[in-house]
Write a protein that binds this ligand. Structure first.
Ligand SMILES: Nc1nc2c(ncn2[C@@H]2O[C@H](COP(=O)(O)OP(=O)(O)OP(=O)(O)O)[C@@H](O)[C@H]2O)c(=O)[nH]1
Ligand SMILES: [Mg+2]
Length: 276
């Protein structure tokens, strides 16, 4: 039987840890047991219950206090994550005994971990060797997405993560509850974007130089042509929105396909209408 995992990624403060907590509660109400693992060696606090916590292996605090290493917070985090990838047997011990087959990993918010350091890719490869089906869940704060040029740059970070990891991937615009009414109205234009017209509009309003305007347009065209990146909205205060996202992810990793089919109730006992 395969096991399932979500890798929850995205820029600092995009709502990853909150998402993990919301999902844990959501699955609890569905009577599905889902575990959360903290992979952020700089985490201070979170509201979910953890199955395992990377800070027990190594924490940024330890690394920064170590006189022989002398790292600052960012280099310290990269050091910790590299140390983690060299000690996957620690993770194996933590997750091996449990019966539950579904784990959510709360990842750190340093974007370079997803775009140009192989840490996350190594983790994905390892999980796949352990028979996990892994879904990338990439969160970006919607407030940083509903402006054309910000949107293009958000899309590109999501895209580079997708390209790096090569796994099923769901992109999410988070914190919808924080958007103003006016901002919410413009949201649809970003969920089903016509990037070129968005950008043209942006140009009318700003003084972006012609050169950059052209670059943005080319990038937008490429993303459009290949239907590369799509974002889904998440309002964590709305149970239906949480459910929609969880179904999307289940679908992406084909959760449930290998579960034993339940005996259909009374199947076969019904009288065939043709018999009577
Ligand atoms: N209103 C609202 N606030 C949110 C939501 N998600 C997160 N927040 C708040 O945003 C802040 C950051 O949320 P976290 O869940 O810690 O974000 P994170 O991505 O884990 O942050 P790092 O681990 O530091 O990268 C916290 O103050 C949260 O309470 C949301 O959906 N709605
Ligand atoms: Mg966090």
């Amino acid at each position: 039987m395969p096991r399932y995992a979500q890798l929850v990624m995205g820029p600092a403060g995009s709502g990853k840890s909150t998402y993990c907590c919301t999902m844990q509660k959501h699955y609890e109400t569905l009577k599905r047991s889902v575990q959360v693992v903290n992979l952020d060696p700089a985490a201070e606090e979170f509201n979910y219950s953890v199955l395992a916590d990377v800070r027990e292996l190594i924490s940024v605090e330890d690394v920064m206090e170590d006189d022989s290493l002398r790292y600052g917070p960012n280099g310290g985090l990269i050091f910790c994550m590299e140390y983690f990838t060299q000690n996957f047997d620690w993770l194996y011990e933590q997750i091996d005994d449990i019966d539950d087959d579904y784990i959510i990993f709360d990842c750190p918010g340093q974007i370079e971990l997803y775009t140009h350091i192989p840490v996350m890719k190594n983790l994905v490869d390892q999980l796949q060797q352990w028979d996990f089906r892994v879904c990338g869940v990439y969160l970006i704060d919607s407030q940083f997405m509903i402006e054309p040029s910000k949107f293009v740059s958000g899309m590109l970070t999501a895209l580079s993560t997708m390209v790096n990891l090569e796994i099923p991937h769901v992109n999410i615009m988070s914190k919808l509850d924080l958007l103003s009414k006016k901002a919410k109205k413009s949201l649809d234009r970003y969920l089903e974007p016509d990037l070129l017209s968005l950008l043209n509009e942006d140009l009318d309003e700003s003084n972006v130089s012609k050169k950059f305007a052209k670059l943005n347009a080319v990038i937008a065209q490429m993303i459009d042509d290949y239907s590369l990146v799509k974002f889904f909205p998440l309002d964590q205060t709305d149970e239906d929105s949480v459910l929609d996202i969880s179904l999307l992810i289940d679908n992406a990793i084909q959760y449930g396909e290998d579960l034993e089919p339940k005996e259909p109730k009374d199947f076969g006992d019904e009288e065939d209408p043709d018999d009577s």
